[in-house]
Ligand binder design. Sequence first.
Ligand SMILES: NC(=O)c1ccc[n+]([C@@H]2O[C@H](COP(=O)([O-])OP(=O)(O)OC[C@H]3O[C@@H](n4cnc5c(N)ncnc54)[C@H](O)[C@@H]3O)[C@@H](O)[C@H]2O)c1
Length: 362
Amino acid sequence: MSFTPYDRPVRAAFIGLGRIYDLNMRAYLDNPDVEVVALVDPSEERRAQRQADWPGARTFASAADLAASGLEVDAVEALLPIPLHIEGVVELLGYGWHVNLQKPMCNDLTGAQQMLDAAEANGRLLRVMENYLFYEPLRKLKETVESGALGDVSGYHMKMVGSGRGGWDVPASSYEWQVQQMRSGRGILVFDDGWHKLATALWLFGPIREVRAWVGRTEVGPGFEIDAPTTIVWEHHNGIRGVWDITLAIDMYLRSDYYTNDERWEVTGRRGYARVNRCTGRGIQQPSLEVYADGEMRAYHALDDDWASSFRDSGRHWLRWLRTGEGSLLWSAEEAVGVLRFALAVYASSSAGGTGVDPALI
Ligand SMILES: NC(=O)c1ccc[n+]([C@@H]2O[C@H](COP(=O)([O-])OP(=O)(O)OC[C@H]3O[C@@H](n4cnc5c(N)ncnc54)[C@H](O)[C@@H]3O)[C@@H](O)[C@H]2O)c1
């Protein structure tokens, strides 16, 4: 599509005012690229709560009410429960609004195609935001790898531990749609949070030619299963192999301002290694990035390693993009389909007993 950047602040609306709004809205605060004109959520309580952030914005119980109001909107931040993504995005694009959607995009390729078709039919942009690509320690990790400081990359691994204690409160209503997702075979660790890890793999080392996976499950309450232990390995087209292990530590307390997720990324090269020690939670209390080469360890003490800053910067990137049209969207809808294919290859491999699956053939 041809896109003409806005020569004035973008008029934006938030669609969905739940848990993640708290982090997403940071991109919009004190940002001359945008004017928040509307807030949409069926919950009256949420609308009243969020109105305090944007006293000048109008509130609506549905996107249809906003569209019918005649209020001019250019772009929306779609913060909807995952099961509503397809229907919601098609509707929002249909009103002529550009959409910045939360991950995971949707559960299958048919749904993704519906979204792509709606964007094309309406001549509007669909972005699937990926805040991890804006987390400063990960950006510095990528820069370190690309600088050659580690020598040629031999391989890398990611680790994720879902812990059951600590962090912020998640509303019970969020768990309702998460259970629905789990019952559809799209678990909270591999697919929902995992989307980010798969995205970082593609962003760091490019397309993948083969995935092998063993997706497990653990019942943590009646009818409530978590998709761990899980192990996933893959090989990029450039020959670099990655491995990601997901474990559950249900009784472990993890200090976190957000979700209780203990994460690491470690890239090994011929001369050394670089490791991001944490992201969402405050697990390992070392500097967030450490780089070892030639007998010396370099530790980065002053990176912005607050996970919330990655939301701020991802959102600012989107709004700046709407003002300039320059650079990558990180991610465009088409790139997000690449992440979805990776996830689908994980499931296909695991169901087939761990055999190798090419995501492009899904
Ligand atoms: N990037 C990340 O790291 C990250 C973290 C958490 C959640 N998310 C994503 O953000 C999205 C929302 O998650 P959440 O945790 O905020 O969920 P939530 O359940 O806390 O909030 C969802 C909100 O949407 C509202 N809603 C429901 N139907 C609606 C409709 N038709 N129109 C407008 N609003 C509607 C609900 O009333 C609720 O306030 C999901 O896609 C989730 O995967 C991303």
